[in-house]
Design a protein around this ligand. Structure first.
Ligand SMILES: Nc1ncnc2c1ncn2[C@@H]1O[C@H](COP(=O)(O)OP(=O)(O)OP(=O)(O)O)[C@@H](O)[C@H]1O
Ligand SMILES: [Mg+2]
Length: 269
């Protein structure tokens, strides 16, 4: 079993999230109406931070499961464990969320196999039920239970790989990199760098993101910019910080690395 499950998280202080549109209001309505949500957006654009923020705002525990192609229905629902004193049933993360009225966040849901994903179906329509075949239980979701999945467009697996009957069970919300000034604010807040440095890092990112047309398959995320800002804050020279945190993680193609270095030199003269 390869189950990466974080403990139930009830965060005490508000996770900082700067909205870019109506996502807080839309998510709030989905929660109020028992609608499952799909968060779409590139890596490092703030999907996890958004759901942490919403769980905090809605006062629900958050249970996160990282999906992968080995994830089985039992990994989500639970299994019998054999112990010296007999067998005991252990709830999986989905079952725990259903019982406790938590928000269950399935990260990278398209990575999971279809036979794993179908266990979500009865939970994401009017039934809100989870049948546990192995124990014969039929669980009704506790108030507050909500299923949220994330999806990263542009990866190998696509939305079309999900069955329409799965896809059409979710309200989809598109998140993307923030507008310029918002991204600057996030970098200042998250790393503690000065405004001018955060501003320059976002300028660099915007230039690098344009390289996508010239063959850069992955563009720098807000996460990488924060990493560069943290290195700089810790005393690393800004160009070095950008190389290690922004350029090197994105490519090892000599031509592209060179083009990115040139943009660093042009940004930090
Ligand atoms: N709107 C935002 N408000 C506050 N912080 C943000 C926002 N967008 C991005 N961030 C910052 O960017 C970092 C990366 O975001 P996050 O981990 O939520 O990305 P993600 O979309 O979940 O990526 P992945 O698909 O790789 O899981 C966060 O730790 C946070 O510091
Ligand atoms: Mg995430």
């Amino acid at each position: 079993m390869h189950l990466h499950k974080s403990a139930d998280v009830v965060t005490t202080c508000e996770p900082f999230y700067l909205p870019s549109g109506q996502e807080v209001a839309v998510f709030g309505q989905c929660h109020a109406n028992n609608l499952a949500v799909m968060l779409k957006g590139p890596t490092g654009c703030g999907k996890t931070r958004f759901i942490e923020h919403m769980a905090w705002q809605l006062k629900r525990p958050l249970i996160t499961v990282a999906c992968h192609d080995d994830l089985s229905a039992s990994d989500l629902i639970g299994r019998y464990l054999i112990r010296h004193d007999g067998t005991v049933w252990q709830d999986g993360p989905l079952t725990t969320a259903v019982r406790t009225g938590a928000i269950c966040y399935l990260d990278e849901v398209v990575e999971a196999r279809q036979d794993t994903i179908v266990v979500l179906h009865s939970l994401t329509d009017y039934r809100r039920m989870l049948p546990i075949d192995k124990t014969g239980e039929l669980l009704e979701a506790a108030p507050g239970f909500q299923l949220v999945v994330s999806y990263n467009p542009g990866y190998q697996r696509m939305l079309k790989d999900l069955k329409p009957s799965t896809r059409q069970r979710f309200v989809a919300m598109d998140l993307d990199f923030l507008p310029f000034d918002h991204e600057v604010t996030v970098i200042e807040r998250e790393s503690g760098v000065d405004h001018a440095t955060a501003h320059a890092l976002v300028s660099l990112a915007q230039r690098l993101r344009k390289l996508q047309d010239r063959g850069l398959s992955e563009v720098p995320s807000t996460r990488l910019l924060i990493a560069a800002a943290l290195l700089f804050k810790g005393g690393i020279a800004i160009k070095q910080a950008c190389y290690n945190a922004v350029v090197s993680p994105l490519s090892d193609d000599e031509f592209l690395v060179g083009a990115m270095q040139d943009l660093i030199d042009a940004t930090f003269v």
